[in-house]
Design a protein around this ligand. Sequence first.
Ligand code: 5GP
Length: 187
Amino acid sequence: MSLIKINQQGLLGDNYSVLISEEEIHQRLVELGDEIVNVFSGEIPILIGVLNGGFIFLADLIRYINIDCEIDFIRISSYGDAEESTGHIKVLKPLSADIKGRHVVVVEDIVDSGLSVQFLLKMLSAFEPASLRVATLLRKKSRMKVDIPIEFIGFDIEDKYVIGYGLDDRQIKRNLRAIYIVDNDRD
Ligand code: 5GP
């Protein structure tokens, strides 16, 4: 795995510690890409990135998927700038693609309570896709409030607020190349 080393110390304060390194993310993406190819061989799946957090994961993941695929994006609200899910979800940017009869993979940055993915699966299934699966980079299994199948999981992580690689800390820090834990003693 040859990744260009960039020092992002300027973006990092004292409040962050590395949970998953850039190398570990990309090693896992190789495996996830293969898992997706094995499931969809002979098909052209459409991957739907969930904005904003899922944009980097989707962009990197498709470069490890060695079959043709399409992409689209959807944006939903759930948290606002708070760290706790309210369960009240709105579609802020609808799909552009017609997914009727298509093999669909919803690409999430993180599954926490699972309420966002549950909402998305219900909403997207109304468009009658041929199949509907979920890929998430991260899952906080102990936090899940709903039992939904998630076919492609990057990493199961502990119950800590994480940032970087698309995930925000109050809208910033998405451009960190690794995934970091936010220490509890911040204001
Ligand atoms: P859920 O509906 O599964 O509770 O929440 C999913 C969404 O909450 C994610 O797509 C993400 O936007 C946000 N979220 C949940 N946990 C975290 C976290 O640890 N860090 C960040 N940055 N966002 C999170």
